[in-house]
Design a protein around this ligand. Sequence first.
Ligand code: PGA
Length: 256
Amino acid sequence: MNTALRKTVIAGNWKMNNTPSETKAMIAELRPLVADATCDVVLCVPYVDVFAAVEAAAGSNIKIGVENIHWAEKGAYTGEISAKMLAETGAEYVIVGHSERRQYFNETDKTVNLRTKAALAGGFKVILCVGETLDQRRSGYTFEVVRHQTAMALTGVSADELKNVIIAYEPVWAIGTGETATDEQANEVNCYIRKVLADLYCENCANATTIQYGGSMNAGNAAGLLAQPDVDGGLIGGASLKPVDFSVIVKAGSAE
Ligand code: PGA
């Protein structure tokens, strides 16, 4: 983290978990546990839980987001939701390009770019996920993959809009596997992504951008990862479903 230059953001990604009533109960438990946080705290929830989440988080320091968004304003896109629809819910953040979307739902660099631009135009903050597979890492393509994914996703995104973008470096091999990148591996790639942003935009723009790490971040390893200078927060799946564990990560993100 480097809180002098950029915000630390600890975000949960609930994925396909929790009903609306479970959402209310979980946020009620989490609220007092993170009330003293000095970092930003975000929960990205399934669409069906958004209203319950916004209501349960009202008056707290917990911000609510969702896990995807469509680029069209409206139309015949069964199963999708638009920025305009989301705007009325009170959600403020949108995850875009998660590897599970890329792997299981044919998300491409092109659609990630369209979703990113639509979310930004709609006034949302984007958590943009990039990361290599195990094969790509083993073959030495990690940097190329994250550079390509980052550049493609940000095509047509202005430096001003970049202020509303958080990058989440999520090595696919570390997601939901219990295997985490080492502190140094996470920092190395985050630092590289910052270089990519400096090339695409400017050095100051890059230094001001929050770059999270995601991939089995948990209560035990968060402090080490977040102590790295280029790890500005976390995108947390499994551990975000356990309020106490998530609050330990938020505390680690509030350490500076
Ligand atoms: P995980 O998920 O923490 O369960 O590995 C992270 C993510 O997919 O965002």
